[in-house]
Design a protein around this ligand. Sequence first.
Ligand SMILES: *Cc1c(COP(=O)(O)O)cnc(C)c1O
Length: 373
Amino acid sequence: METYKRLGVEFVKGEGVYLYDREGRRYLDFISGIGVVSLGHCNRVLVEALTEQAKRLWHTSNLYENSLQEELARRLSEKFWTKAKVFFTNSGTESVECAIKLTRKFFYEIGEKRYRILAFKNSFHGRTFGSLSATGQEKFKRGFRPTLKGFDFAPFNDKDAFKRKIKRETAGILLEVVQGEGGVIPAREEFLKEVERVCKEEGLLLIVDEVQTGVGRTGKFFAYEHFNLKPDIVTLAKGLGGGFPVGACLAREEVAKAFKISDHGSTFGGNFLACKVALKVVEEVEKILKEVSEVGEYLKERLRPYGKVRGLGLMVGLELREDCSKVVERLLREGVLVNCTAKRVLRFLPPLIVKREHVDEMIKVLDRVLRGG
Ligand SMILES: *Cc1c(COP(=O)(O)O)cnc(C)c1O
């Protein structure tokens, strides 16, 4: 179905930060499949893990034990600020669905009539009906109404306005630490701290959607760590499988307990292939977090001459004065891949293994394109 306006190129091979098209032309990848190919294309360690597992066992379903899934859950829990339990999904939107359902079930279990989720304007949480209903952008909802009941929206980064949107039935507050699809907009510290404080005071769950920001993208394993938040629920996906589809919804134990046998499920979620690869991704990402921050800072510094620069780690936006879709096309022709969000924001989400020299290589092309040389 024609849901995507595609750029007219197909890549047939990938290697680290580079992609190759049919004619053998090389492209420098600064979007990594929208923040997915976190360790670069065809990373040797991941290829080995995947092929080894592919020869052993792919899928048995969640009817049976799966020690790889347990191991991955344990690893993710160790990264979380407190002990967590994990539900595995196949995508970001499913992770958010899980978070929404768990929030409702948590209050059902404790006998409180709370079900509303307070989310933020300009947010993006996915395309299925729950996460679409939580998304604060009209363009994603047009033509699909009615969306689900029970979602409210407040202006992002306003540390007072959200309080007026809290109702008696509000169960949780859902946010991105850096709004990704909304144009790479980092949350302000005082805003996050106030949201967390109010959640605590009012007994609301703090749900952080880390589908884009998680698994090292911002230089910390979870982006919430930059602000020492203590979320109740966190969603992951994009970078978690390094290109293999896998997502996760983590919740602190007391919250996770609200899901009882058969309350939620997934046929594919957490299969052997996904867990094997994700385990390796988590292991490898741990080793390079410092470099992610360093190269991220360098990238921002190099982008500054061209416009307003925002972001954390290797999640960076460059706001241009013009619509950036033409710039993306010109960069593609010159062998550099980035994308355009929120009309005027060039988004950079390179593989986390990117080096300064790749940044220099990209800037050389960007300079030519933006200065029209
Ligand atoms: C991409 C994204 C999603 C949706 O992920 P899918 O895998 O496309 O369903 C949800 N939340 C955030 C913050 C995202 O960036």
